[in-house]
Design a protein around this ligand. Structure first.
Ligand code: HEC
Length: 163
């Protein structure tokens, strides 16, 4: 009785499994997108990611001198666009770090690349809202994404800031 019931369930499930298998296999038979990675990780850092991060970090701040205090923030739509564009570069660069040979394994590398995507998205939203405080705040989130990955994959023990 119990066996009969089980057999019935198995027979009922088989066609469903077959359909699921077909559905799952279809995408993997499609050819991969024709990516042509141009820069390695070092080049992406130097030429794409670091310049974009500098624009976001330097967009907002306070300069204190003997003559007084100067608040720095974007003052025109054009200046805000520059910050917005760099935020987009940072967000999409996180995706670039996950593609092909650039990815170093499936573990923390992916988590920190994703953290860069997310920090870039927060910066993008802040720039679109033209919100200087939010840009200042996301600076730390961006910095943490950079530094956590550097500590894990780049710095040697001698130049690691955190021991
Ligand atoms: C997913 C990991 C990861 C993230 C996130 C990351 N980096 Fe890097 N970064 C590396 C690795 C690995 C290197 C060493 C590359 C090499 O020399 O081969 C590096 C190197 C660099 C360098 C040195 C490049 C050179 O000229 O040799 C700079 C500058 C840099 N990163 C800036 C940043 C900034 C700024 C961020 C955040 C906005 C960031 N990185 C986020 C992994 C990461």
């Amino acid at each position: 009785m119990a066996t009969k019931f089980k057999m019935g369930m198995i027979r009922g499930f088989l066609p469903l499994c077959a359909i699921l298998l077909v559905a799952c296999e279809t995408p993997s038979t499609a050819p991969p997108p024709p990516f042509t990675p141009v820069g390695d990780v070092q080049q992406l850092m130097e030429m794409v990611i670091d310049p974009a991060a500098d624009i976001v970090w330097e967009a907002v701040g306070t300069i204190v001198t003997f003559d007084g205090t100067e608040e720095i923030f974007p003052r025109s739509d054009e200046e805000w666009s520059t910050v917005r564009n760099s935020a987009m570069v940072l967000a999409e660069s996180g995706n670039l770090l996950m593609v092909g040979d650039r990815a170093k394994g499936e573990g923390p590398w992916m988590i920190m690349s994703q953290a860069l995507v997310e920090a870039g998205m927060v910066a993008l939203e802040a720039a679109e809202a033209q919100d200087p405080e939010a840009i200042f705040g996301v600076g730390e989130q961006i910095y943490n994404a950079c530094e956590t990955c550097h500590i894990l994959y780049w710095y040697t023990e001698e130049d690691a800031v955190i021991r």
